[in-house]
Design a protein around this ligand. Structure first.
Ligand code: GDP
Ligand code: IMO
Ligand code: MG
Length: 427
């Protein structure tokens, strides 16, 4: 049994795509289990950059099975575009599998996401406006439309009709905007189905079969622990569960099947969207990290907010996910710095706290307490083994490991496949 979950330990964009692609070489199947095309996972292969939003990062290897699990919300238009993009790049997509039980993002979900953000004004969440929240709302409200429903022409027409009655009422009467026409959506979605039908199956059966046969299965988390609906900085979160435990529900496997949880830890912290961020650097240092790390959203192009590494967050994340290994990414981005800080605790109303607070008001009042590390001021991008890293870079890594009590098993020193140092077999 060899199932491994790769999850984001911070606010997303830790480099999950790169780490998944790296580990996919040894895996036989890669599974997305939550989120949708709010995700933007970048993989660089031989100087060519691929940006994936819905299809698992394993797709770049021709022989790997790639699964979009039941926990994912699928915008079929985006999926069709992503398939076309990959095929244009010469990537074979025959090994894709799509769950019958996954919910669909509908055009009204996207519109409602936009309208709700605008209505909230200064209190907006800063969503990716891809309809993610409204699609998961419908799933929980038991009015969502699943892939299996789309496949049954009459069933799809019925559910769509019922949904449109309600959604158009809300759009027209509450938001004062135009509604959607049944025929437009119906015809479009049926044409998307024609394109993706060959991939649709009971993915739970396929995934469990692989696991039972002892094949190596990789679960590719999207977003990050602090964006988790339960465990993140609510309400500034996404509407799914990026944590490792969600792989069970979002893929339909038992908790006994996951052997390793690799938390992807960016060597500093970033966040897109609104919400408190204790170690945020608003001045020149933040700008330097943003420029060197090219911290601009893969999905929306927004500049990412940047700050020092926060070990209070990492400790919390290690616990919530049961991490038993971590991948430290973007170490090279810190190469030029003379001093590097890591937040080891917060000061809250005169007290030192190490537990990540549930209250956002409290979090906004928390002041980071830093431990300072010496910068290595050496180029690390050419290091290919742990020993080749400068001693001070190793001290930084070991310092983090000691604070969070999780072994760094992979170190990334650049976006390319070969810019990866691995210290232990993962599967
Ligand atoms: P994800 O959403 O977690 O998959 O991360 P993104 O792809 O949104 O953002 C990570 C960005 O950093 C991408 O542009 C990657 O190509 C890049 N990247 C990943 N690992 C490294 C690294 O170790 N060093 C550098 N310089 N860039 C990296
Ligand atoms: P990957 O997989 C970073 C953020 C949005 C917003 C909040 C809610 O590339 O790490 P949503 O559209 O999901 O309702 O937005 O979540 N967000 C991400 N931030 N990386 C992501 O994905 C994200 N997906 C959503 O910016 O703050
Ligand atoms: Mg991303």
């Amino acid at each position: 049994m060899s199932a491994v979950a790769v999850i984001g330990s911070q606010w997303g964009d830790e480099g999950k795509g790169k780490i998944t692609d790296y580990l996919a070489e040894k895996a036989e199947m890669v599974v997305r289990y939550q989120g949708g095309n709010n995700a933007g996972h970048t993989v660089v292969v031989d100087d060519k950059e691929f940006k994936l939003h819905l299809i698992p990062s394993g797709i770049l290897y021709p022989e790997k099975m790639c699964v979009i699990g039941n926990g994912v919300v699928i915008d079929p238009e985006v999926l069709c575009k992503e398939l076309a993009y990959l095929e244009k790049e010469g990537i074979n997509t025959d090994n894709l599998r799509i769950s019958l039980r996954a919910h669909l993002i509908m055009p009204y979900h996207i519109r409602l996401d936009e309208l709700e953000e605008e209505r909230k004004g200064v209190n907006k969440i800063g969503t990716t406006r891809r309809g993610i929240g409204p699609a998961y709302m419908d799933k929980a409200a038991r009015v969502g439309i699943r892939v299996v429903d789309l496949m049954d022409e009459k069933e799809f027409a019925d559910i769509l009709q019922r949904n449109l009655e309600e959604k158009n009422h809300v759009l027209q009467k509450i938001y004062g905007v135009e509604g959607f026409k049944f025929e437009d959506i119906f015809n479009k979605y049926r044409s998307y189905l024609a394109r993706i039908e060959k991939y649709i199956t009971d993915t739970t059966a396929v995934i469990n079969e692989y696991i039972e046969q002892g094949k190596k299965v990789l679960f590719e988390g999207a977003q990050g622990t602090l964006l988790d609906l339960d465990h993140g900085t609510y309400p500034y979160v996404t509407s799914s569960h990026p944590v490792a435990g969600a792989a069970c529900i979002g893929a339909g496997i038992g908790p006994t099947k996951i052997r390793r949880v690799i938390g992807v830890v960016k060597a500093y912290t970033t966040r897109v969207g609104e919400g408190p961020f204790p170690t945020e650097l608003l001045g020149e240092e933040g700008e330097l990290i943003r420029k060197r790390g090219w911290e601009y959203g893969t999905t929306t192009g927004r500049p990412r907010r940047c700050g020092w590494l926060d070990a209070v967050i990492l400790n919390y994340s290690a616990r919530i996910n049961g991490m038993n290994g971590c991948a430290i990414t973007k170490l090279d981005v810190l190469d030029s710095l003379a001093k590097i800080k890591v937040c080891v605790a917060y000061e809250y109303r005169g007290q030192v706290i190490k537990n990540f607070p549930a209250s956002l008001k409290a979090l906004a009042e928390c002041k980071p307490i830093y431990e300072e590390f010496e910068g290595w001021q050496t180029d690390t991008t050419k290091a290919r083994s742990y020993e080749e890293l400068p001693a001070k870079a190793r001290q930084y890594i070991e310092g983090i490991a000691e604070i969070i009590k999780v072994k760094p098993v992979i170190i990334a020193v650049g976006p390319k496949r070969e810019q990866t140092i691995f210290r232990e077999e993962i599967f």
